[in-house]
Design a protein around this ligand. Sequence first.
Ligand code: PEP
Ligand code: MN
Length: 376
Amino acid sequence: MSEIKIQLNLTPLNEWGLGNSDQLIISGPCSAETEEQVLATAHELVKLNPQVKVFRAGIWKPRTRPNNFEGVGLDALRWLKLVKKETGLKVAVEVANGHHVYECLKYGIDLLWIGARTTVNPFSVQEIADALKGVDIPVLVKNPLNPELQLWLGALERVNNAGISKLGAIHRGFSTFKKTPYRNSPEWYMAIELKRQLPELPIICDPSHITGKRSLIGEVSQKALNLAMNGLMIEAHINPQEAWSDAAQQLSPEGLHQVLSKLKFRTPEGEDILKEDLLELLREDIDDLDHELLDVIARRAEIAEKIGQYKKAHNMTILQVTRWDDLLSERLGKALALGLDETTMKEIFKQIHIQSIKIQEKVLSKANGDKVKSNQ
Ligand code: PEP
Ligand code: MN
């Protein structure tokens, strides 16, 4: 990770005029759908969750494929004006181009955020930054889809260079090929590294898009707070099951109340936070690595099965002794270079090899009745 010192001109979060606290809680539906849905959600949210200071709603939705619900567009800006008037909540919208910024400013939207699919594109971010010149409005920049810190930093710099000092980041997780329980892998070290490079920059966690699942939002929110993040953006909908987008991850206003009431808000100065978090982080890393290890072993088993099919088709024996010898000495060489214990690694590879042979035997016995063509 680059050590080029980045300097941003930032206004502290408690001076943004959004509840004037060190923690910012944003909630609201993934998408504005109808006037009734927007207003009912906002009213229930304020009734049950006084901690929520900003109401979010996506009105232009970046969809992976065409012909999915792409947001209601400009109509929703009028509904959000009503939310402000009727509930006193501030309102926030995702912008993806200069035209969006122009329309939001016209309707008095209080906070803008740049979505993950936009942060990846410096042209779009620059267009947004240009549209923001001379405007004093809070802007949050979501992390890009891919875990590349420079892109995230670059987008923050572009917006800051346009004169936006009420600037923060949103950590919403990253696309990954890894098998994780989440929709987007949190890669917590990315948020930690951002905090290390820009300690004054507020970072808000979006556990809704990290988890993709209502049931996991509480634990991910707590983790974010433990890591000294400055707030949460959580999707909530008056009727989550029926939501037009992201139905599985939205909470009802009552569900949000359950989550928020269990959270422990901490301050960086609080005792023992770092010690406790470090152990927890290390344990999570171990959990992740074990899962990766199992995924790799499973992928290896799949390939062993394909090799079994090939050997069957070409009438080959399962064991080729020289191949096994070469493989073992190559792997042990690498193990030694990595400082691993040779005897232990030899034992592990022996077991892996036995498993591979078993798989191939199964392939052969399936095809040829019980005659397993192996010289084991
Ligand atoms: C959203 O906040 O609804 C959204 C589209 O999020 P992201 O940009 O994180 O995918
Ligand atoms: Mn969403």
